[in-house]
Design a protein around this ligand. Structure first.
Ligand SMILES: [Zn+2]
Length: 1071
């Protein structure tokens, strides 16, 4: 590739003060006419911002009187241009010299421009493009089925220049007076409120809509929309008019976002102690939209799926997504719009901050979402994964050319940015953080600022060395692994803590190992929620004494999983933490963090621990109640499953997944229960989808049944069940399934439903059907921005899919590249298509393909993918055999028989009506551990069914000398159905659990159902009926449980928040 010319910022001798801009789009021919009348200053290099802090040598400045004006301009034809100094004579430009590669135009004038104020007039025309950037067209269909187009904008980062010639740099702020000439039956919106609307003299079908003058602002935040929309409106408590614009006929779907926005504005006003600066804010759903949303000042644009919620047809995760995106974009109204980054190098501050505070805001509005735990899974761990690569980049990165700017809209800017701000917030404390933030916003409002400016303000507010700490996180890439070992000395615990760079490619052992200023906090088992000690690790290693810690207490580093680092505990420390995972005394976010750290240590090329150890740890999560913990674990298992699809034991890992998720699946069942909340709905969808995908038969059957009913219109699937059901039936479906799904897609009126289907289509297995899905991805049926997720869905679903998707991307490269014009969707597409390969030669193939098919904005993504492929390949080579062995072992046949002598105690005399006889006494053993440890019968559990004489009273007793216990519904007020008693059996060591249920069948018979690693089985069905005696039985069983629970103690279920496993009512009839 030819070397790029060095990037030069715009010269500084002419700059805008006010843009008078009038645009007249043609929604049929897709062109627009524009008139710019800009008030400019001509003179010495000067800026409307504090020039003393800017390095003007970066600008190609001319200090002599000039006869040229250099502006940004792309895909625009200038017709005429003139300049008139204030009170002076207008002179026409004699040349327009376009520098296309730099996206600039130089206007030349026959004489020098008079210094001082002047008016620059430019008449121009442009195209309403279909590339989702600049001023572009967005397609929609009217209720009568007519296809029409709206004209909308997306300017960030550098595309305002496609709508009008301008000084398109964030620090060159000006005010804007915008006028739009539009068909009279269309809605016209811009950043500010409408101040005048009158017929357009030259055409009776048009109106001229004039908007109020904006505050001083950057070009990338300007926006306008012309189209057909409905809206809902409200006022925030501080008097701002909020409207949510929706497609025609769907105003109802804007209500949720409206509610969020009206709550959010006062929240930020209060948090920042600065009011929202504009009189109104509009939130609008745009049909064709590349990003998730865009924070244009006063007119925030969204994908439909990031704004619209239908009470009946939207799922819980969409609701949460809308809340987060609304929270994010509204935060930008202050942080980004009021105070703007000086240059794109500081983009991370904008995005990192908004990506952090969106959670704070959602936590405020929806505490039931437990959103901060979700942050760790969604942003924090994602950033750690990417930042462990050698091809990562520092948060602060020097950028110039637009393609480089596009490239930094990545997980490092957003997710790592948010994570280090969260760490900083925790380090400073909320009060000082807010104080500093307020000082920053007041000092720099209507101006620009850099990262250091924020550090200064926070440093003054807190008295802590913020700049020193934070620059170690923002100016160098990567993060440390904290290595910890401990020693007990009397009542003190001595911790030896050291840091080194964590690399996916192995530990950094070079001479000049970078180091970080690491805020480290520590908690103990005495109070896992509370930080006992905080230190700042500012050197490679240190020793810390934690006093008052007994030998039997555990110590956890990084409670809350706030610090941006991985932890490697000594084996004794890790061992001591594991019971905290099992008994849930570790906080959910810490259970999640521990699991994620170990998974990452296991899959790094260095293989710091074996993946088998990670699998064993995962089995300890079998009783996990928390959605987010499951979600993260599920995600990691997905990675592993994808890796093992390269082997011939892919089915074994599916079995592992089924075993792990079956108990929680049974507990949740298919139908939501009274009193359940948001997180239960998310968990149910996750678990059923996971089970269905992994081929869990009962889930598959039930999914098929419900899918049929849904399609036949007998019983519409609740929104939260659709993704898992669609995924399950497609994964195990045929061409008829695919056709049905495509039909559902066509019929869907809501974009959320279309997207839901698009994302799972790739799960289909047959090669010819995979091809059909790929072809569909590029068809008219799929909106351009969604093509990427259809192709990604194919690549992520199976080995065949991965190959087919990559071939498809190569074969259709030109069309795809053209469609996204090299924007960030191209990076997404590349990542989704090739990241899952695990063969060395694929890295070479990918590299060579992009050498001959360059995608400048995705260069780093290509490098990262190639690195990931090599890492996957190394991981597979290193661990595949061990994983295989482990997965085989845990399937070995059971070797234990029952031990009747281990019955806890005889039944109470009141129940002994006649001599008891043991009937079905052979439950499968529970251990996953078949390596001779079955000898340790003590650690296994058996269930026995006793049938007491002819009364058919069945009692299941459980034997669990080490850690398991029998658990019934005694303290479960509304959970277990009347006629169920659950015997919950768990092991005393890491491993999967078994579950047995006693059920009173409708006909009065008793069924003992056992579920184990070997599968499900009805062990015993009584031949007599029992109904009159059931309550008596239940009481007796509970009595036993209480008696047996005592000393064995270590059971998994002592902790708070435990939810009983229970079988789903709807599956009861499988008996
Ligand atoms: Zn943002």
């Amino acid at each position: 590739m030819p070397e790029r010319r060095p990037f030069v910022r715009l010269p500084t001798d002419v700059y805008p003060v006010n843009y008078g801009l009038c645009l007249k789009p043609d929604l049929i021919d897709f062109t627009f006419e524009g008139k710019l009348e800009a008030l400019v200053e001509v003179g010495e290099p000067g800026w409307p911002v504090d020039v003393t802090r800017m390095d003007l040598s970066e600008h190609g400045g001319v200090t002599q009187a000039t006869n040229q004006i250099v502006m940004n301009c792309a895909d625009i034809d200038i017709i005429t241009a003139s300049f008139a100094p204030q009170g002076g004579e207008e002179i026409n430009a004699t040349g327009f010299n376009y520098q296309n590669e730099d996206e600039k135009v130089t206007l030349s004038f026959p004489s020098s421009l008079q210094k001082g104020s002047g008016t620059l007039k430019i008449d121009f025309v442009g195209e309403l493009n279909d590339k989702m950037k600049g001023f572009y067209r967005s397609k929609y269909t009217t209720s009568a089925g007519e296809v029409r187009y709206a004209a909308v904008t997306q300017f960030e980062a550098t595309d305002a220049r496609r709508a009008f010639p301008c000084w398109d740099e964030p620090a060159i702020k000006a005010t804007f007076d915008i006028t739009l000439i539009v068909p009279k039956d269309r809605v016209a919106l811009s950043n500010m409120n409408v101040i005048d609307r009158k017929p357009y003299p030259e055409d009776g079908n048009l109106v001229e809509v004039k908007f109020a003058t904006t505050p001083i602002m950057s070009t990338y935040l300007v926006a306008f929309v012309i189209g057909e929309y409905d809206y809902v409106e409200s006022q925030s408590s501080d008097g701002v008019t909020v409207r949510v614009y929706t497609p025609v006929g769907k105003a109802e779907q804007g209500k949720f976002a409206l509610e969020v926005a009206t709550k959010t504005l006062p929240f930020y006003k209060d948090y920042f102690s600065v009011p929202y600066p504009l009189p109104k804010i509009d939130l609008i759903a745009i049909a064709d939209f590349a990003a998730g949303a865009m924070e244009n000042w006063g007119l925030v644009t969204y994908r439909e799926t990031a704004l619209l919620i239908d009470p009946k047809n939207s799922c819980s995760s969409s609701r949460q997504w809308v809340a987060l995106v609304v929270g994010h974009e509204l935060a930008h109204q202050w942080f980004g719009n009021l105070v703007t980054m000086e240059w794109w190098t500081h983009l991370w501050l904008n995005e990192g901050f908004a990506s952090w505070i969106e959670y704070l805001c959602v936590d405020h509005c929806f505490p039931e979402y437990d959103i901060w735990t979700q942050f760790v899974s969604a942003d924090y761990t994602r950033a750690l994964d990417l930042d462990a690569l050698d091809s990562s980049h520092p948060i602060e990165v020097n950028v110039g050319h637009p393609s480089e700017v596009d490239e930094i809209f990545d997980a490092i800017s957003y997710s790592k940015g948010a994570s280090v701000i969260r760490m900083l917030h925790n380090y400073i404390g909320d009060e000082d953080f807010r104080k500093g933030m307020n000082a920053y916003l007041l000092k720099f409002q209507h101006k620009n600022a850099s990262t250091e400016d924020l550090w200064d303000c926070l440093e003054q507010a807190s008295g802590k060395p913020i700049a020193a700490v934070m620059s170690s996180w923002t100016k160098q890439m990567g993060f440390p692994i904290i290595v910890v070992d401990q020693e007990q000395q009397g009542d003190d615990r001595i911790l030896k803590i050291s840091q080194k760079k964590f690399c996916a490619s192995g530990p950094h052992n070079g001479e000049d190992c970078p180091s970080w200023m690491v805020p480290i906090s520590i908690c103990t088992s005495e109070d896992p929620k509370c930080t006992k000690l905080k230190v700042l690790l500012d050197r490679p290693e240190t020793t810390i004494t934690v006093s008052g810690v007994g030998p039997d207490q555990w110590i956890k580093i990084n409670p809350g999983t706030v610090g941006f680092y991985r932890i490697q505990y000594s084996s004794s420390m890790l061992e001591s933490l594991l019971p905290g995972v099992r008994d849930l005394s570790l906080q959910p976010v810490d259970r999640l963090g521990l699991q994620n750290d170990l998974f990452s240590l296991g899959n790094s090329r260095a293989g710091m621990i074996s993946t088998v150890e990670v699998l064993k740890l995962m089995e300890a999560f079998v009783n996990e109640p928390n959605y987010t913990v499951w979600s993260d674990l599920s995600c990691n298992l997905g990675v592993l499953s994808s890796l093992l699809s390269h082997t011939d034991f892919h089915e074994e890992i599916q079995e592992f997944i089924r075993d792990l998720f079956t108990p929680i699946g049974l507990e949740l069942g298919w139908d939501s229960k009274p009193g359940e909340g948001h997180l239960d709905a998310l968990l149910r969808g996750l678990v059923l989808g996971k089970l269905g995908k992994a081929g869990h038969k009962p889930t598959l059957e039930e999914a098929r049944r419900r899918f049929r009913d849904h399609v036949d219109g007998k019983q519409v699937l609740p929104a939260d069940l659709r993704s898992p059901v669609y995924l399950t039936v497609l994964k195990h479906g045929d061409s008829a399934t695919l056709d049905t799904m495509l039909k559902l897609h066509k019929q869907a009126d809501m974009q959320e439903e279309k997207n839901r289907i698009e994302r799972v289509l790739g799960a289909i297995s047959a090669p010819d059907l995979i091809q059909k899905v790929l072809t569909f991805a590029l068809s008219e049926e799929v909106r351009p921005q969604d093509t990427v997720s259809v192709i990604g869905g194919v690549a992520g679903s199976s080995k065949q899919g991965r190959k087919a998707a990559w071939k498809f991307v190569k074969d259709n490269w030109e069309e795809l590249y053209n469609r996204y014009q090299g924007g960030f969707l191209i990076s997404r597409l590349i990542k989704l298509s090739v990241d899952g390969f695990a063969i060395d030669k694929m890295a070479a193939e990918v590299k060579s393909f992009f050498e001959s098919h360059p995608a400048p904005a995705a260069e780093r993504t290509v490098q990262q993918c190639c690195e990931n492929i090599l890492l996957n390949a190394a991981w597979l080579k290193r661990d595949a055999d061990d994983i295989h062995q482990y997965l085989l072992q845990r399937k070995a046949p059971p070797v234990l028989s029952c031990h009747p002598r281990r019955l806890l105690q005889p039944l109470p005399p009141s129940l002994q009506r006649g001599p008891p006889s043991i009937i079905a006494a052979s439950a499968p053993p529970l251990s996953t551990d078949q390596s001779g440890r079955a000898e340790r019968g003590d650690c296994l559990t058996n269930a026995f069914v006793m049938m007491l004489s002819c009364r058919a009273l069945v009692v299941a007793l459980l034997l669990c000398p080490v850690g398991g216990f029998l658990n019934s519904s005694e303290d479960d007020d509304n959970g277990v159905p009347e006629d169920w008693v659950l015997l919950h059996v768990v092991q005393g060591h890491i491993g999967a659990g078994n579950y047995s249920y006693l059920r009173l069948n409708h006909d009065g018979r008793i069924i003992l159902h056992m579920q184990s690693l070997k599968g499900d089985a009805d062990l015993y069905v009584s031949d007599k009926t029992l109904r009159p005696s059931f309550d008596t039985y239940k009481q007796a069983a509970v009595g036993h449980l209480r008696a047996g629970r005592g000393g064995g103690a270590g059971g998994l279920h002592q902790a708070r928040g435990h939810r009983h496993l229970r079988p789903p009512v709807s599956q009861g009839e499988r008996v």
